[in-house]
Write a protein that binds this ligand. Sequence first.
Ligand code: FAD
Length: 356
Amino acid sequence: MLIEENKPLAPFTTFGIGGPARWFVEAASEEEIAEAAAWAGERGVALFVLGGGSNLLVSDAGFDGLVLHVGLRGITTTDAADHPGQRIYQAAAGEDWDHCVEQTVNDSCAGIECLAGIPGTVGGTPVQNVGAYGQEVASAIERVRTFDLEQHAFVEFAAAECGFAYRRSRLNSADRGRYVVTRVDYRLTPGGAPTVRYAELQRALVESQKEGREASLAEVAALVRRVRQSKGMLIVEGDPDCRSAGSFFKNPVVSEEQVREIAALGDKAPPRFPAGAGAESQGRVKIPAAWLIEQAGFAKGYTLGAASISSRHTLALVNLGGASAAEVLALAGEITAAVEERFEIRLEMEPVLVGF
Ligand SMILES: Cc1cc2nc3c(=O)[nH]c(=O)nc-3n(C[C@H](O)[C@H](O)[C@H](O)COP(=O)(O)OP(=O)(O)OC[C@H]3O[C@@H](n4cnc5c(N)ncnc54)[C@H](O)[C@@H]3O)c2cc1C
């Protein structure tokens, strides 16, 4: 196990922002994860688990502890023992998520096709229950294998024990920072139909419907990637709009009463979507943070120093080149204050802050 010192973290993040890690280790096996955890524990050093760095804002001072970069690789598949028509994909936490989606789509297995093009690792997906275009990963997750940093033991959670809700799980709430995900099992359906729940996908797929055939998983995944790219939400080399952490704010989950209050404040009602998994979402709806931000007076491309709102998506803050974490937070603060003043809704940040 090689422990490096003062390792710059910016290159490990999609934002391209942040100072160094005091110590840094790459773990390629479960044994190395246990070893790194013991190393940090013996020295009383804080430990941060790094995946693909696509949902992080690292402070300009960096992280004064050990950054554990999860590098476990491998995907295996088996038929589900309890359900012959389903397949279990066991994916190591360090696998590239989009590569994992691509493999399942190539195998004609349905369940995660709308999550194509989301950057980051397999291990990152249960943390905030990634979701997009009408799917959440919670609906496909069967089991999550972890290393418990408190008990120094491997523990597995069935999906029902993960506390999944919109952009939430036990891993980013009650047990934040306690577990290192080493493997995620997904239950998928061979030959299953793609999920075409999202209006934007439905509109784009009218042609295949006119031809009287259902769109294939591959067509849906390719369409999702195209739509993502048009919004700067796909990592494409050289595209300045994807130097971001994706959506910077979560879409607020509100009651019908709040929707009416918001509508009464302006001249139109906000768009609304189902609130997703989780008991606390029952009877509530999700409204787009991007809509609130625009109604509060911000347009795409609004800039503060070297940080700006993406020119293609109001929900993403981007690093125009050389932005500091402080600049990004100042811009986020300006937006949050304006939305709160207009709608009395406090936007929640989606990316994880590291070293603040
Ligand atoms: C262009 C762009 C588009 C995006 N689009 C979407 C989207 O549509 N939907 C969506 O939900 N998200 C989206 N995101 C956010 C991000 O891609 C996801 O949250 C992703 O799952 C983060 O995974 P990661 O491996 O990069 O995690 P990191 O950014 O490295 O870490 C994020 C958090 O997860 C923890 N973590 C990571 N790996 C592990 C592990 N193995 N064990 C324990 N904890 C771990 C970290 O400690 C940290 O708290 C987007 C980001 C970008 C840049």
